[in-house]
Design a protein around this ligand. Structure first.
Ligand SMILES: [Zn+2]
Length: 49
């Protein structure tokens, strides 16, 4: 049993360009999540000029 089955989905943050992993708090809203953190969410204006 070398292979684990519970692989979590990942996305790339549109602000810092880093990959981030699914979190429990996003389970209802994952398709709308674009930022890795609250901090990046506030900085979205830098990414979307
Ligand atoms: Zn980010």
């Amino acid at each position: 049993m070398a292979h684990k089955k519970n692989h979590l989905p990942e996305k790339q943050c549109i602000v810092c360009q880093r990959p981030f992993t699914w979190r429990k708090k996003w389970e209802k809203d994952w398709q709308n999540v674009k930022y890795c953190s609250e901090r990046c969410r506030r900085h979205k204006s830098y990414a979307l000029r």
